[in-house]
Design a protein around this ligand. Sequence first.
Ligand code: PBG
Length: 341
Amino acid sequence: MDHTLTHRPRRLRQDRVRGLVSETSLEPSDFIAPVFVDATTDERVPIQSMPGHERVPIDESVARVEEVLETGVEAVMLFGIPESKDPDGTRAWVDDGVVQEATRRITAETDAYVITDVCLCEYTDHGHCGPLEEELRGETGHEHGPDCEHDPTLTVDNDATLEALERIAVSHAEAGADMVAPSGMMDGMVAAMRDALDREGYEHVPIMSYAAKYESAFYGPFRDAADGAPSFGDRRHYQMDPANAREALREVRLDVEQGADVLMVKPALPYLDIVASLRREFDHPIAAYNVSGEYAMLHAAAEKGWLDLEAVAHESLLSIKRAGADLILTYFAEELAERLE
Ligand code: PBG
């Protein structure tokens, strides 16, 4: 060879230097572990489509969170499965509700940073994220189904839902929640919750908004886990259209104006372009939710021997962080944190 090869990127890929030039790393403190507390059971129930995860009874909630803390993960996101459901989801804001009770115990007995999911879909009998529009609130016992003659574009009553979200947020803060996370994609949800929290003296409780949450088929396993699938229709009139990226900026800007402290993108892997664009546009901490379907598909492939689970899980989370996320909600939190430590 008679010319010099000036640029040899491989020089910096040698073992002793690659750590020095590495741009991204994962820490257990980046992770938030989702925890499902179930008021309908007094035993731990494995979640079939999410290997390694279970719904735990309220009595086991402290033990479950201690398991998370032992791995080095410091924060949990609580989801509740109530003992009963009704059209308005009233069990979501009662003082003795499943999340309120679990939060009280976990914050009294552990140092975990407790974030609560603020939504109604696990609490309404129709599975939508809030009370239904007037026209749909049929006579009691009316089952909305494929044969219904209702206008399928009608689902959740936005403004009635805001009142419920205010009550839920305050009840979670009263129980000791460190942060609240509205996930219902209602217009005005952050402002409503901020006002309510401030009015009740919880101005120090931050809001992590599921700011750009897409209407995604990747939530399938979660809906089994939390028993929150809509019994009719879908969520496309409140969650975002997967086709849209500019709309995400508009959505997120509204949440920023309303006082959101942390901005979340959900799902994570199929929406890394959105994570990267939020990173460029905003100075807030960005969270990404590596959702149930993203977890389930890696497990399924690994079970068949087609992928190395630890390697693909690590690579997935590294990609999410590289795209610009500061915090990652993930069902891999515990196993990855253990491996990192
Ligand atoms: C409820 C909620 C959902 C998820 C988190 N909060 C489900 C949904 O919108 O249907 C999904 C999480 C996951 O798939 O891991 N509003």
